[in-house]
Design a protein. Structure first.
Length: 358
C-alpha cells in the first residue's frame, strides 16, 4: 500500500499558535511531536517510507525536508493551495509514476488516533476492497451527536469474505444541526466523515476525468512532465489554471463509482479546534474541568482551557467556558463554544493587512 498524506492548509482555528509559516500540521498539538510526523510514524507498520508521499504547500517545503531528513519519504510541494481534489490527483499520478498499481490511502496529516492497531486494520481492509474497484472511505463510529463533522450514511451490508464489516454508501451528509446529529447517532447508520479515502490511482484518475475534466487535463500534463523531466516547471503553470475544489464536493458527492465505508472505532479526532483539543485531553482536567499549560491558577472557575507559551503567570477568577491562549505577540480570549469561529479573527487580521500576526 502507498499513502498520500495531505499536509496543506493553514490551520486557522488554532490561531494564535498556528500561523502561515508553521500551521497546525507542523505543530506538536497533542504532545506526540509535529502532527505530520506523527501521521507518518503511525502508518509505518503498513507503509514503507519510500511508499509515503506528502503533499504540502511550497512555503513549508524547507520545514518538511528538515523534519524528514534522512528518510526516504517523497515530498511534493504545491505552488498554490487548491484544496483536496488537486492534492489527491497529484498524489495519485505520482504514486502511479512510482509504479504503484495497488491501493493508495489518502489521508490528512493533522488528525489524532489513539488506537493505531484498530486504525491500520481498517485501513488495510479498505485497501483490499478498493483493489476490486471503487472508492472506500473510513467511517468513524460516532461517540456523540457532533455538529462539526460531515457524515457518511451506509446502506446494505457488502458481501465480503473476511468477516470485517463493510457497507455500501448511500450518501454523504453535510454538517447537521444538533437534532439531526442526535438522529444520526440513534440510527446506527451514520459515521463521521474523516476525509480518509482508499482507492487505486486508476480509479481516482478515472473519476477525476469524468467529473473534473480541467483538473484531469492538468494531471495528464504533470504525469508527462514526470516522465520527461519537465515536472517542476509544468507544476506552476498547471496549478495557476486550477480552481479550488474539495474531493468530497468534486468527486464523492457526484460519482457513480462503487462507494464503500469501513466502520472504524479507533479513538479518532480531527483536533480541529481548541475545544476539540480540550475534549481530547480530558484526563488532564482538574476537579473543575479546567485544563492548563503553563503557570496557571484557577479560582472559582470551571470548564476552561488556558495555555501560556512563555513564563507569564496567568490567574483566572470566576470565569467559565473560556479559551485563553497567550503567545509572545498575541493573546486569544474566546468562548469555548465559539472555537470553530476563531478563523474569523484571522480573516479580520488579513483584511487589516496585519501580516505579522498571520
Amino acid at each position: 500500500m502507498h499513502s498520500v498524506i495531505m499536509a496543506g492548509g493553514s490551520g486557522t482555528r488554532f490561531w494564535p499558535y498556528s500561523r502561515m509559516e508553521r500551521p497546525k500540521q507542523f505543530l506538536d498539538i497533542t504532545g506526540h511531536g509535529p502532527m505530520v510526523l506523527e501521521t507518518c510514524n503511525r502508518l509505518a507498520p503498513v507503509v514503507n517510507d519510500e511508499e509515503m508521499i506528502i503533499v504540502l504547500g511550497s512555503e513549508h517545503l524547507d520545514e518538511a525536508q528538515r523534519l524528514f531528513a534522512g528518510r526516504k519519504i517523497r515530498i511534493l510541494a504545491e505552488p498554490i493551495g487548491r484544496n483536496t481534489a488537486p492534492c489527491i490527483g497529484l498524489g495519485a499520478i505520482y504514486a502511479r509514476y512510482l509504479g504503484c498499481e495497488r491501493s493508495i490511502a489518502f489521508l490528512p496529516a493533522d488528525h489524532f488516533i489513539s488506537d493505531r492497531h484498530g486504525f491500520l486494520r481498517a485501513l488495510e481492509h479498505a485497501g483490499t476492497i478498493s483493489e476490486h474497484g471503487g472508492i472506500v472511505t473510513l467511517g468513524i463510529v460516532p461517540t456523540r451527536p457532533e455538529t462539526g463533522y460531515g457524515y457518511i450514511r451506509r446502506s446494505r451490508h457488502y458481501s465480503d469474505s473476511s468477516g470485517y464489516s463493510v457497507y455500501e454508501v448511500t450518501s454523504f451528509e453535510e454538517k447537521p444541526d444538533l437534532n439531526k446529529a442526535m438522529e444520526y447517532m440513534q440510527s446506527g447508520e451514520h459515521y463521521w466523515n474523516a476525509g480518509i479515502f482508499v482507492a487505486t490511482a486508476d480509479t481516482i484518475l478515472k473519476e477525476i476525468k469524468r467529473h473534473l475534466p480541467v483538473l484531469y487535463e492538468g494531471l495528464v500534463l504533470l504525469e508527462k512532465g514526470l516522465k520527461d523531466g519537465t515536472f517542476d516547471e509544468t507544476l506552476g503553470r498547471v496549478y495557476e489554471g486550477l480552481k479550488s475544489v474539495s474531493f468530497d464536493y468534486g468527486i464523492m458527492e457526484k460519482t457513480k463509482a462503487p462507494l464503500f465505508v469501513v466502520p472504524c472505532d479507533c479513538g479518532w479526532s480531527d483536533v480541529g479546534s481548541w475545544e476539540s483539543l480540550y475534549q481530547l485531553r480530558s484526563p488532564d482536567y482538574d476537579h473543575n474541568n479546567n485544563l492548563s499549560d503553563g503557570d496557571v491558577l484557577f479560582v472559582d472557575s470551571g470548564n476552561n482551557f488556558v495555555s501560556g507559551e512563555g513564563e507569564k503567570f496567568i490567574a483566572c477568577l470566576g470565569v467559565e467556558n473560556l479559551i485563553v491562549v497567550d503567545t509572545d505577540d498575541a493573546l486569544l480570549v474566546a468562548n469555548m463554544g465559539k472555537s470553530q469561529e476563531i478563523r474569523k479573527i484571522v480573516e479580520h487580521l488579513a483584511a487589516q493587512n496585519k501580516k505579522e500576526l498571520l
